[in-house]
Structures are given as structure tokens and as C-alpha cells.
Write a protein that binds this ligand. Structure first.
Ligand SMILES: Nc1ncnc2c1ncn2[C@@H]1O[C@H](COP(=O)(O)OP(=O)(O)O)[C@@H](O)[C@H]1O
Ligand SMILES: [Mg+2]
Length: 166
């Protein structure tokens, strides 16, 4: 399922819609992979998503830190960017899986948002949803591909909210 994003505001809105389409907090972490070349809009979309989850303030690109954590009203979020990862083994030090397994005492759901996931080899948890961004003229397109039942429900919710997909 693909949507056109004619300008940066559309990317931010799409991220917001993705946020409001997420299932309620569950004990199973939800994993979203963001794919697309440099400048395709992965971080921009994630900024919209985090804003939609109630984050206020900046969203630095985790290009150098590899991971940026957020504790939001209903979610604990790990935003990772593996662009600069040289060896997938470096990921073991981050202990992402342990972090994602934390049962939050306020009932928050765990969410992993990963840019350049392929650089992690098989060390990242498997995705529920692939979010692929591509350049199209002056704008962008975004395609959603579910990989699990949770991913499929999420795509159905986004389709309901944004019927213009094709
Ligand atoms: N739908 C869009 N149309 C045109 N430009 C966009 C769109 N969405 C985002 N941009 C711009 O493209 C760039 C994307 O950068 P960024 O989000 O950092 O990409 P990535 O994380 O994929 O490398 C930003 O300059 C942003 O303003
Ligand atoms: Mg980025």
C-alpha cells in the first residue's frame, strides 16, 4: 500500500497518522523498519510519529549515537539509526532486545523505530511493518508492508484514516 507525500508537511502528517493508528500498549514490542536512501524522509516521518505520540521538543537524528530513547505518555520508544554501524556485532552492546522487553510499570507499550535496519544483519528484532520511503519528483512516496498480524492491523488503520493510498 503506497501513499504520495507531496511535501514535508505531508510526511509529518503521515507520521502523525501512523502514531494515532498504533494499537494500544501491549506487552509485545512493535517493530517498524524504515527504508529508503539518504534524504528520503525516514527521520522526518519519525519526527511526525513521535509528535503524534505526544513528544514535544527535538528529535535528533541518532546517526552518531545509534539510539535515542523516548518515554512518552503511552509508549517507550527506541529510535535507532544504523547508517554508521560498521559491524552488526556493535549492536550487542546496545542490548536493544533487553530494553524492548522491559515491562513498563505504567503500562506503556514498547516501540522500536529503526532506520537502516539492514546494517544490523540479523541482530535487530524482526519487523512488524516495513515503511519504505522513496523520492518521486519533488515529493516522496511511502509504502507500508506488513510482516505480522500486528503490522497488518496497523496498515488497515492507516488505510481507514488515509483512504488515498494505492
Ligand atoms: N514529502 C516530502 N517532499 C519533499 N521533501 C520532503 C518530504 N518529506 C521530507 N522532505 C525533506 O527531505 C529531507 C529528508 O531528510 P530526512 O528526514 O533526514 O531523511 P532520511 O532520514 O531518510 O535520511 C528533509 O530535508 C525534509 O524536509
Ligand atoms: Mg535519517
Amino acid at each position: 500500500m503506497t501513499w504520495r507525500l507531496p511535501d514535508p508537511a505531508a510526511t509529518a502528517r503521515f507520521g502523525h497518522t501512523l502514531a494515532t493508528s498504533l494499537p494500544g500498549p501491549s506487552s509485545t514490542p512493535l517493530v517498524l523498519y524504515f527504508e529508503g536512501e539518504l534524504g528520503a524522509g525516514k527521520t522526518s516521518l519519525i519526527r511526525g510519529l513521535l509528535a503524534g505520540l505526544g513528544h514535544q521538543g527535538r528529535v535528533p537524528s541518532p546517526t552518531y549515537t545509534l539510539v535515542e530513547p523516548y518515554v512518552l505518555p503511552r509508549h517507550r520508544v527506541l529510535h535507532v539509526d544504523l547508517y554508521r554501524l560498521r559491524d552488526p556485532a556493535e549492536l550487542d552492546d546496545l542490548a536493544l532486545a533487553d530494553d524492548l522487553a522491559v515491562a513498563d510499570d505504567q503500562g506503556r507499550g514498547n516501540l522500536l523505530l529503526a532506520e537502516w535496519p539492514s546494517r544490523g544483519g540479523d541482530r535487530l528484532p524482526a519487523p512488524d511493518l516495513l515503511v519504505a520511503l522513496a523520492m518521486e519528483g519533488e515529493g516522496r512516496t511511502v509504502s507500508l508492508t506488513p510482516r505480522t498480524g500486528a503490522g497488518s492491523s496497523l496498515v488497515r488503520e492507516v488505510q481507514r484514516a488515509l483512504p488515498g493510498g494505492f
